[in-house]
Design a protein around this ligand. Structure first.
Ligand SMILES: [Zn+2]
Length: 239
């Protein structure tokens, strides 16, 4: 082909545009994942905050139960103390005293448990406040970050549209037969249909090429393809 060198030069410029588009597309693909990660971070913090609230409610209701039990024990002590004045037999008197001692021991244990619960509840309140503050702060930061990422996605999309228009306009300069081969190859080669030579290697797949292939590619009299990756080979350095 007469102007093959010229066509391959244009094709290598087109390849540069396509590479820029592919890179932008790949970079923009990661951004929605970053938004999801931020959202997940907030969901996790909210879940943690909710579980702390549940723990606080659990401890508070346990404390109420213990207080009610304590009141029962106090009633038992008061009743038996009052009974002591009216009992007639020694045995009943002794039983009353034993009941009072037992209730007093129970009461003491319950009081200790209530004190421990009060400590736990105080700590839980501190935890809740901290989680709430962290949640608010992280939520505000995440909202800002997500908004920035969304702006970036929009910018990437706009840049890609502009670049694709530019690319399609530029592609019109290239022989349709060469262009269609290039397009077909790049479909299955990560967007790259043309590979430049670097010494004796294909820069796309790094394969060391046969001298004959290098010779043919350098002569530029026909389209030559890499044995390994099947891309169109171009020895741009020897133009
Ligand atoms: Zn190759």
């Amino acid at each position: 082909m007469e102007n093959l060198k010229e066509m391959l030069l244009l094709l290598s410029d087109l390849q540069e545009l396509d590479t820029r588009i592919v890179n932008l597309e790949q970079q923009s693909l990661n951004l929605p994942k970053e938004i999801e990660e931020k959202k997940q971070e907030i969901i996790n913090l909210k879940a943690k905050f909710e579980s702390e609230k549940i723990e606080y409610v659990r401890l508070s209701s346990l404390k109420k139960e213990k207080e009610s039990l304590l009141s029962t024990k106090e009633t038992v002590i008061a009743k038996h103390t009052s009974d002591l004045n009216s009992v007639k037999s020694n045995d009943v008197y002794k039983t009353c005293l034993l009941e009072i001692e037992k209730a007093k021991a129970d009461k003491s244990n319950i009081e200790d448990e209530i004190l421990m619960l009060m400590d736990s509840i105080d700590q839980e309140l501190i935890n809740l406040k901290q989680y709430e503050e962290t949640l608010k702060k992280t939520e505000a930061e995440a909202t800002n970050t997500i908004s920035l990422i969304e702006q970036n996605i929009k910018k990437y999309m706009d840049d890609i549209i502009i670049l694709k228009k530019e690319r399609n306009e530029f592609a019109k300069k290239i022989n349709t037969n060469i262009l269609s081969q290039y397009e077909r190859i790049r479909e299955n080669r990560n967007g790259q249909g043309l590979a430049l030579l670097d010494g004796d290697s294909c820069t796309a797949c790094n394969m060391v090429l046969r001298p004959q292939l290098i010779n043919q590619a350098t002569k530029c009299q026909e389209l030559v393809y890499c044995d390994n990756c099947s891309r169109i080979l171009f020895n741009k350095k020897h133009i």
